[in-house]
Design a protein around this ligand. Sequence first.
Ligand code: DX5
Ligand code: ZN
Length: 233
Amino acid sequence: MNIKIAPSILTADFSNLTDLTKKLEKGGVDALHLDIMDGNFVPNLTFGPLVVSSLRQITAIPFDVHLMVERPERFLSAFAKAGANSLTVHAEACPHLHRVVQVIKEMGLRVGVALNPATPLNILDYVLPDLDLVLIMTVNPGWGGQKFIQEMCRKITELRELIIESGSGADLQVDGGINSTTLKDAVTSGANSLVIGSALLKESDLVAGVDNYRDAAGKNLAESWWSRAIKGC
Ligand code: DX5
Ligand code: ZN
């Protein structure tokens, strides 16, 4: 298993997304994490399918679209048409979560469910077998550049145990406050997919930055309890 690196462009210079995207592509990132905010589910607003569609014209990197949007079912097909490869909805924003998950699967896209820091894991009880990705928010969603919530390590480990026990193939993604220090906590706790925003975008050499994060993640994975547990299966 390799750790996946999915940079978030949330804190980028939006007048120069082409240059950034090309550099990330050169760095060989696994996905581009696109944060969609509706000013309702979260207090902030970002961008919608039109921007995703424009980015789709300039890169083949898979798009990992994180919908911080109330009733995201209204926008699924628009993001699918815009070029999303994976759609992640928040459990807290979907009273009919099971149905939304099925709709995304039927579109042929990878399907993810995100959980805010205070949302317990048992909300996944009846949908986990259908998921390609579970996103554990390690900050409260809304802005880039926030501090990693250390208490989420226990949640990441509990979810990793659940994924191993159930035989689920879902990625365990973490999002918020990942830097060279918190990466170690996230990976050793059980994460195999890292959204990295401001910490990576601050690097003067993005390609080298992606490489360094990937190396560090690989080293921590090799030493982690859960990679040994998977190999022992
Ligand atoms: C937060 C977003 C994240 C975040 C990542 O609401 O979902 O993707 O901005 O950025 P950093 O790594 O700066 O926390
Ligand atoms: Zn995100």
